[in-house]
Design a protein around this ligand. Sequence first.
Ligand code: BTN
Length: 325
Amino acid sequence: MQSTLRKKLLDAFTEHEGEYLSGQYLADLIGCSRTAVWKHIEDLRHEGFELEAIRRKGYRIVKAPDLVTANEIRLGLKTSIIGQEIHYHETVDSTQKIAHRLGFENVPEGTVVVADEQVGGRGRMNRPWHSAKGTGVWMSIILRPSIPLPKAPQLTLLTAVAVVQAIGDCTELEPHIKWPNDILINGKKVTGILTELQAEADQIHSVIIGIGINVNQQKSDYPPELQSIATSLAIEKGEFVNRAELIQAVFTRLEKLYALYLEKGFLPIKLLWESYAISIGKKITARTLSGNLTGKALGITDDGVLMLEDDQGTIHQIYSADIEI
Ligand code: BTN
C-alpha cells in the first residue's frame, strides 16, 4: 500500500500541475526532511517517472510512465473516496480474490486493488477473463453502501454507466451497454463487470466490483475464437490509450454516480443506464439456465431486472442470462 507521505507528494504535484515545487516547500507540506523528499523523488524516477530538478526552482514531473501503479494513478487523481487507498500488484491471480480478503479487513470504502496482469482472472459464470500484462485495466473496487441486499445489483448497472462515461471522457468513443453489464463498441465486448457481495443475513458488508477493460491490445493479441467478439479501446480508437488516466476517469465518474445514487436513489442511474443500453426496444434472445426466451426487451426494473415481452405479450423478468441481439 502507498505511504501517506508519497500520497501527499503526488497530491502536491497534482495540485500544482506543471509547476516546479521546491524541496523545502514539499518537505514542509508533507512534514518530512528534504532528504526524505529527495528519496521519494528517486523512488519515482526508479518507477519510470521523468522528473526535472532545477536549482532554486525545485522539482517538476515531466512525464509519467504507462503503468497502473498506485503512484501513477494517484498523480492527477481528484476523487475523495474511490482510490484513496490503492493496492497495486504487478501480477496476481485475480484482483477480485485480493479484494475479497481486504473486504473482510477494515479497509476504507473506495479501496482499490489493481494489477498489471492477472493469471487467473475470472468473469461472470466463472468464465476465464484474459488479462494480459500491460494491456488493460484489471481492478476491483470495494464499496460499503448501507442499502438492502436485493438492491446490490443496481451497483453493477451504476458501474457500467460510470465506465461508459469514463471511456467517453478519455477516448471520445461511444460505447453501449448490453444487459446486464457488458460494454460493447461496434458490437464487440470491451469491458466486463463482475459484482460480488460479502453480506451477513440481510446486511451488506462489502460490494466487490471487478472491472476489466481491454485497453491497448491489438487484434493479434486475441486468440482466434475471441477476435470476432472482443475488442480494445486502442483497436477502436486507432491509438494508444493511457491506462492510469482511464482509471482516474472511472474513479471520478463512479464517485459522482455513487453519491447521486446514495442521495437520490436508483431512478437517475436507471435513466442513464437505459440511455446507453443497446438492447432496449429490440428483439433479443435471453439464454438462461432454464432455456432460451425470445422477445422484445422493454427495459429494466428498479432492481435491475430485465423485462422481456414475448410474442404472446407475456412479460418475463430475466434475472440472469446471456443476451443475443
Ligand atoms: C465478465 O464480463 O464476465 C466480467 C469480467 C470481469 C473481469 C474483472 S478483471 C478485474 C477483476 N478480477 C477478476 O478476476 N475479474 C474482474
